[in-house]
Write a new protein. Structure first.
Length: 237
């Protein structure tokens, strides 16, 4: 099982002198970040479809064995709420296709007010364009989604249930795809907490061919440290 570990985002001026060397410009951050971690989760794509120039820059500034997980556009998850989204998804997939093998999963993060609609989820997954397709992960933030029916729909389409932990909610630890997607969002993790998560991930080796794990960025710059400790625990677990 290959592990892709990092933080949600990378371009934070608050990290200078803590993670980034002092004086690191914004333009140099991705290059440095990708020398330390194998992946990042991009929130930019939630609000805007990146230009071809942006995609080319992301690709050029990172090594071949780097992966970008992308957050699905809010037009899909928050405005349309998964209804009639084939056109925008086709446009989005084409826009990010230049990342080629550096494309990780596409995270569909649904609003906390969005309650379970199994039929809509099935219809949405079925309608996703096949050309330039990406793996899909779903972060449900309303508890009505956490049941076997939804898990089966995800499994039918090899879509991952995003396993998310924050100070407010923790999702079920269920594997529904050939890959795993974790968002560990608590503001404080002790080493035993990270060891526990590393053991959980290691135990999925027979189910997952790869796993993507992201820690919250935090202005205090604790995310990179959590990611490093977790990666070490997974290597030596």
């Amino acid at each position: 099982m290959h592990s892709w570990i990092g933080t949600s985002g990378f371009q934070y001026k608050e990290w200078k002198g803590k993670f980034y060397p002092e004086g690191t410009s914004a333009a140099k951050m991705l290059g440095y970040y990708s020398s330390q971690f194998s992946s990042t989760e991009i929130n930019y794509t939630f609000r805007s479809i990146p230009s071809e120039k942006t995609i080319q820059r992301w690709s050029a500034e990172t090594p071949d064995d780097f992966r970008f997980s992308l957050k699905a556009p809010q037009r899909v998850t928050h405005f349309a709420k998964l209804k009639d989204c084939s056109e925008i998804m086709t446009i989005f997939n084409e826009a990010v296709s230049g990342l080629n093998k550096k494309r990780g999963p596409l995270l569909f993060q649904l609003p906390a007010t969005f309650k379970k609609d199994a039929g809509l989820l099935r219809e949405f997954l079925t309608s996703l364009p096949k050309k330039n397709s990406l793996s899909s992960a779903f972060e449900f933030r309303h508890e009505s989604w956490f049941n076997d029916e939804v898990n089966e729909i995800l499994a039918d389409h090899d879509a991952a249930l995003c396993i998310a932990e924050s100070d407010e909610i923790e999702t079920p630890q269920v594997a529904t795809a050939k890959f795993g997607y974790l968002r560990l969002r608590r503001e404080d993790y002790r080493k035993p907490d990270l060891n526990r998560w590393a053991k959980f991930v290691a135990a999925q080796a027979s189910r997952w061919s790869e796993v993507f794990v992201y820690f919250k960025h935090e202005d205090t710059c604790v995310g990179p440290g959590f990611a490093e400790t977790f990666a070490d625990a997974l290597r030596h677990g």
